[in-house]
Design a protein around this ligand. Structure first.
Ligand code: NI
Length: 227
């Protein structure tokens, strides 16, 4: 499933992130690509070990922690430290690829299985032409270009690409999640059930049925979660 999470970064955080990225020492994006995706990848990235990256990672991870919508859609077990990229000028596209299945956390050496891929948009859609994230989903091809501060998450198993940016620059954060629930279809069931429960409670308040269904949600999570 592909989920759009609105307003992950607030206006202040967005301003801070963009100001920091103005002084970014962009490098070749191929450094974190696998062999196949390196052939398709033509963008710029902030070096993983730069102090600016650390500052921005703290900002993004803090914002994610505040987002119940992100949490229920991703059910994160481990979040790979967010990275930052830029598409524009001569480095403006990333052809079809599937993300590497396992990433190594630079600082800890820990292996993280990529179940969910995320893009957090930092540039306003009006600031650039092209640059759509195109994801081949089970429901067909989705073209995604979101307001600054919004995030999209999708199964890391999907073939996806970033269309050429033909004007301006598309700046974003991207990262991967190892989920408590490995399978996309199980995460989807839990996600839809949780949203339906929220809506039920809003409409009818706490009811015996809502309590029982909440129990079922947690029992499914207990059955499927790998902690
Ligand atoms: Ni990718």
């Amino acid at each position: 499933m592909l989920v759009h999470v609105k307003g992950v970064l607030d206006a202040d955080e967005l301003r801070e992130a963009r100001a920091a990225l103005q002084r970014a020492p962009w490098g070749d994006g191929k450094v974190t690509a696998g062999a196949q995706s390196a052939l398709a990848k033509n963008n710029l990235q902030l070096p993983e070990d730069h102090e600016l990256t650390a500052l921005l990672q703290t900002l993004v991870l803090g914002a994610l922690k505040r987002s119940p919508h992100f949490f229920t859609a991703a059910l994160p077990k481990h979040i790979f430290p967010p990275l930052f990229n830029r598409y524009g000028g001569a480095h403006n596209a990333f052809g079809n690829h599937v993300d590497n299945a396992v990433r190594i956390h630079r600082a800890t050496g820990q292996r993280i299985r990529t179940d969910v891929s995320c893009t957090l948009f930092l540039a306003d859609p009006d600031d650039y032409e092209g640059g759509e994230l195109v994801v081949e989903d089970t429901f067909g091809t989705q073209r995604v270009k979101l307001p600054a501060g919004d995030l999209v998450l999708y199964p890391s198993s999907s073939v996806h690409r970033v269309e050429p940016v033909t004007r301006g620059a598309r700046v974003a954060s991207f990262f991967w999640i190892e989920s408590l629930v490995r399978r996309d279809e199980q995460r989807r069931l839990l996600y839809e059930m949780d949203l339906a429960l929220l809506a039920l409670r809003e409409r009818h308040g706490e009811t015996e049925e809502a309590v029982r269904l909440t129990g079922t949600y947690h029992n499914l999570l207990r059955m499927w979660a790998d902690t």
